[in-house]
Design a protein around this ligand. Structure first.
Ligand code: IFM
Length: 453
């Protein structure tokens, strides 16, 4: 039997990110970001949409704070849009940007909701992209200055900082597969980006420490436990090891061990990713900088990866919402436990937080206006059960942020994939809590897993 109660101080919250919800109205002084540019390129966003309106959170934030409060959230994880603070990435400050976040932070504090700020959730100022973006080492230093300016401004009110969200996505989706901004398909650029993003994390940590000595700070990684489809096949086992190296260890090792995994360095070289300049972009001392002590590791968990041929039945199962979400991601709550036990063993941290977890499903608004998203309820219930077991196993898992407080702009998928606890009618901007919102509300208030409603 799984133990179903959560520890007394378990932190419950919900998450979002700037570009996905704010809206980028002209006239507010915000500069363009790589995502504004990317959305303008034909064919990049499935439904041809962009972030100009999104959830209009820039204006409707008081309602969103009310919803967080109604949910019972003790914390809200959101990101600051870098180009809203520094429209050109550095130099001139946009005070209106600071004012917006100050209002939001104060609104949260009035309701006893702790702000957890992510400093980078992908909206790089376009001006910096023109100088090479994350391929350019200078960006790491410019990021640390931007981050320090934000921490300096809000250190009296904000005690929790996350430097980056999901460096893998920034590096690989943005620079290797081209699915995300800036849309490059250059494997070497992806490795350079990963390194400079991690370096910027390492440069920023001591800045946070000296500006806000009492604050806690860390980084969020998206991690996917990997499994061979056929454990008795050597090729599946090898593919699993490679996936784990590329997706998980490439980020965990530098942060926790001050080194890149040697097997992956060899693999990238063998695959021809590394050119004649070799690993020049990794300079002496960088890894020591990256491996700054962190107060917590943020973990974004959605699914697992299975490497090798899983057979025709599994392909059919992809249509079954009990098995796969609308993103085509397998519902595999056990993976969360496998992952957290492994992290605790191999990459021990003072604390872990699940900084994202959730599911996209096609929602229907019933005749009575309700959204009975039973598959999402089930998804949360199954993951909550695993979390209770993870805590009971002694892993210092201290909190959980559901992704996402509301439906929003799901990057290259546009507005078609809904992850929200709250349904957003994009035409009217009316917000309606879904059944999953009510479910999580009960879990939070009881601080224990509740059987599905
Ligand atoms: O919407 C994203 C979020 O921005 C980063 N993590 C995964 C979510 C779902 O794809």
């Amino acid at each position: 039997m799984l133990k179903k109660k959560f520890p007394a101080n378990f932190l419950w919250g919900a998450a979002s990110s700037s570009f996905q919800i704010e809206g980028t109205q002209e006239g507010d002084g915000r500069g363009p970001s790589i995502w504004d540019d990317f959305c303008k390129q034909p064919g990049k966003i499935i439904d041809g949409s962009d972030g100009s309106k999104a959830c209009d959170h820039l204006n409707l934030w008081p309602r969103d704070v009310e919803l967080l409060s109604e949910l019972g959230a003790k914390a809200y994880r959101f990101s600051i849009a870098w180009p809203r603070i520094f429209p050109a990435g550095k130099g001139q400050v946009n005070e209106k940007g600071f004012d917006f976040y100050a209002r939001l932070i104060d609104g949260l504090l009035e309701r006893n909701i702790a702000p957890w700020i992510t400093l980078y959730h992908w909206d790089l100022p376009s001006a910096l992209e023109r100088k090479g973006g994350w391929r350019n080492r200078d960006t790491a230093y410019v990021f640390a200055d931007y981050a320090a300016a934000v921490v300096e401004r809000f250190k009296d009110r904000v005690d929790h900082w996350i430097t980056h969200n999901e460096p893998w996505c920034v590096a690989v989706l943005g620079h290797r597969t081209g699915e995300h901004a800036p849309g490059l398909k250059e494997p070497l650029a992806a490795l350079q980006t990963a390194h400079h993003v991690l370096l910027s994390h390492g440069l920023t940590m001591p800045r946070i420490r000296s500006l806000a000595p009492k604050a806690t700070a860390g980084i969020t990684l998206n991690l996917n436990p990997a499994y061979p489809a056929r454990p008795d096949h050597e090729e599946d086992r090898q593919a699993t090891e490679h996936f784990d190296g590329d997706f998980n260890r490439w980020y965990l090792d530098p942060i926790f061990r001050a080194s890149y995994p040697q097997d992956m360095m060899d693999a990238y070289k063998a695959e021809g990713v590394i050119d004649t300049a070799g690993w020049d972009f990794i300079r002496e001392g960088d890894l020591k900088t990256i491996a700054q002590p962190i107060d917590f590791l943020g973990v974004n968990y959605y699914s697992r990866a299975v490497l090798g041929d899983r057979g025709a039945d599994e392909i059919k199962a992809q249509k079954d919402p009990l098995r796969y979400t609308a993103m085509g991601w397998e519902v595999y709550p056990e993976g969360l436990k496998d992952l957290m036990l492994r992290l605790n063993r191999e990459y021990p941290a003072k604390a872990y937080y699940i900084t994202e977890n959730g599911a996209a499903y096609t929602d229907h608004v019933d005749g009575d206006g309700q959204i009975r998203d039973k598959h999402r309820v089930r998804y949360f219930a199954l993951h909550a059960e695993q979390m209770a077991a993870i805590c009971a196993a002694g892993v210092p898992l201290r909190g959980y942020f559901a992704w996402s407080i509301m439906d929003n702009f799901e990057w290259a998928h546009g507005y078609g994939k809904r992850f929200g606890l709250v349904y957003v009618d994009y035409a009217t901007q009316v917000r309606t809590p879904k059944a999953s919102f009510r479910y999580l509300q009960k879990v939070i208030s009881a601080n224990q897993v509740i059987d599905e409603l």
